[in-house]
Design a protein around this ligand. Structure first.
Ligand SMILES: Cc1cc2nc3c(=O)[nH]c(=O)nc-3n(C[C@H](O)[C@H](O)[C@H](O)COP(=O)(O)OP(=O)(O)OC[C@H]3O[C@@H](n4cnc5c(N)ncnc54)[C@H](O)[C@@H]3O)c2cc1C
Ligand code: SF4
Length: 478
């Protein structure tokens, strides 16, 4: 029955023990690990200088009260530290694992800027929440009161789930629709398990289910159910459908077998980790084992693909990027991780075509140099004539980014205003769209962004929806 099911804690993401830990294994290994982790978190937390100008906090999209929960951690007051950290973040253990901290909180730590190495804020945040699950400090979501209003959320990614959490706590009836068979969006099927273990995501979804959130899965809005039908069933709607239209390479041979899209490749790998039957993986079509792999792109998705290929047992993994290392769009930390794991970066290189006929055998590589800066100040890549060569490949993964799908057309809602990039136009603060009672959050508004921003948007949109529901019906209908 809702509210009575016990939450399970899943032990995930243990760091490798040190040599000293291994020597002491004859004693209680778990106790040693626990002590090691507590000490490490406290040691890091105590490095925070409590500088009084918390740039870390202002550069965290959720404005987490980082200095205070670091201080509580350093003092060993872990439960209080956890309480404070979860007050502003719906999924702290997820952000602690996958936020690009080098661009957000940690990159703005004054200790980092004074050259002494940042306080590892993300690792402490992850530790605190994992500990909270283990100790039973993560309380079930309890509605303060039951309300009759219902909200339909389209999209079960972090934006939709964060909104569901806020709305359910307020007692609203929440139904989340998603076209996939599991909730979580890119947390479940995009981001690889070595960065974000799937039980960490699933325990949050279970928490929402226990709280009474209804999930309608395998439901593609616009095909299986119309947007108007959903809108007719609820008092307000949140659209949080993300961006999924892959940018494809336009070059001869791109349709050959063995030239695949990043998300297909990563989804197959993630599905396999759930134990699903994945024929395209088993047939080798979406599996890098024993293959020479070339990944094209320089963002975080490309880094996830190269690191997945290494783990699947590729014989070689090369990453082609048309600019140089300094101009990579992805996180420097991710690039460094990939380099350390054996990925070979081929800078200033772009695909000109693919060799091999029906099955790919190689990438025709066009060498580039950086020319003068464009209007954004970024140097434009230019072709170097006569410097082409062929890079042998059995599997080529295209990771050039994502754009929004044409929701207006696919859902038959011409009145839903979109930007010239196809993202939904929503008010910056309230997240209200051009349709009364319809809100939008996450990547479908921002374009491809970050989990932490989707959480922030989902929380803010839920607050606006609560305010909308509180209005007299005559005002809300305007
Ligand atoms: C490979 C990859 C790795 C990434 N790694 C990181 C990272 O390390 N750190 C980070 O911060 N960010 C990362 N990101 C970005 C991050 O995942 C997204 O910014 C975030 O998930 C956006 O959340 P969202 O809720 O807006 O959308 P999504 O997570 O995309 O969820 C949208 C949901 O809507 C559903 N949906 C879409 N259309 C329909 C429809 N018509 N009917 C029903 N359901 C529909 C989808 O099935 C999906 O479940 C990564 C992205 C990718 C692609
Ligand atoms: S949510 Fe992300 S940016 Fe904010 S403190 Fe946590 S890891 Fe840093």
């Amino acid at each position: 029955m809702a509210g009575q099911k016990m939450l399970k804690f899943v032990t995930v993401g243990k760091e490798m023990p040190t040599k000293r830990d291994a020597e002491l294994r004859s004693h209680d290994f778990d106790e040693i690990y626990r002590q090691y982790a507590v000490n490490k978190a406290a040691e890091q937390a105590s490095r925070c200088s409590q500088c009084g100008v918390p740039y870390c906090q202002s550069h965290c999209p959720l404005h987490n009260n980082i200095p205070d929960w670091l201080r509580l951690t350093a003092e060993g007051r872990l439960e209080e530290a956890y309480e404070l950290s979860q007050a502003t973040n719906t999924f702290p253990e997820i952000c602690g694992r996958i936020c690009p901290q080098d661009r957000l909180c940690e990159g703005n730590c004054v200790i980092e800027q004074s050259g002494h190495g940042t306080v590892t804020i993300g690792a402490v945040e992850k530790y605190l929440t994992d500990k909270a699950w283990e100790m039973g400090w993560v309380k079930p979501i309890k509605a303060r009161t039951q309300r009759p209003e219902s909200v339909g959320i389209i999209g079960a990614g972090p934006g939709g789930l964060a909104a569901a959490d806020v709305l359910r706590r307020a007692g609203v009836q929440v139904t989340v629709y998603d076209r996939y068979d599991r909730a979580g969006g890119l947390l479940t099927y995009g981001i690889p398990g070595f960065k974000l273990e799937k039980p960490v995501v699933m325990q949050r979804i279970e928490q929402l289910e226990i709280a009474g959130v209804t999930f309608v899965l395998n439901c593609r809005v616009g095909e299986d159910l119309s947007f108007d039908a959903i809108r007719g069933q609820h008092d307000a709607i949140l659209i949080a459908t993300g961006v999924y239209k892959a940018r494809d390479i336009e070059a001869p041979g791109v349709g050959a077998k063995g030239v695949v899209r990043a998300l297909d490749y990563l989804t197959a790998s993630n599905r396999k980790s759930f134990g699903d039957d994945v024929p395209e993986f088993d047939s080798g079509e979406l599996n890098a084992d024993g293959k020479r792999v070339v990944v094209i792109g320089g963002g975080d998705t490309a880094m996830d693909c190269v690191r997945t290929a290494i783990r699947q047992g590729a014989t070689s993994v090369k990453c082609l990027y048309r600019r140089d290392k300094a101009n990579m769009p992805g996180s420097q930390r991710e690039t460094q991780n990939a380099e350390e794991e054996g990925v070979d970066f081929v800078w200033l290189s772009a695909p000109k075509g693919f060799t091999g006929g029906t099955t790919v055998e190689g990438v025709m590589v066009q060498k580039m140099r950086l020319g003068s800066p464009d209007s954004s100040g970024r140097q434009t890549p230019e072709l170097i004539e006569g410097a082409d060569y062929i890079e042998p490949a059995d599997l080529v993964v295209q990771a050039l980014g994502f754009e929004p799908e044409a929701i207006q057309t696919l859902w038959g809602v011409p009145d839903l205003a979109v930007t010239r990039w196809g993202t939904i136009k929503a008010d910056f603060r309230s997240h209200a769209t051009s349709l009364p009672g319809v809100y939008a959050a996450g990547d479908i508004v921002r374009g491809a962004s970050l989990v932490v921003w989707a959480i922030r948007d989902g929380r803010d949109a839920a607050d606006s929806i609560l305010a909308y529901l509180a209005q007299p019906a005559s005002v809300a209908a305007e």
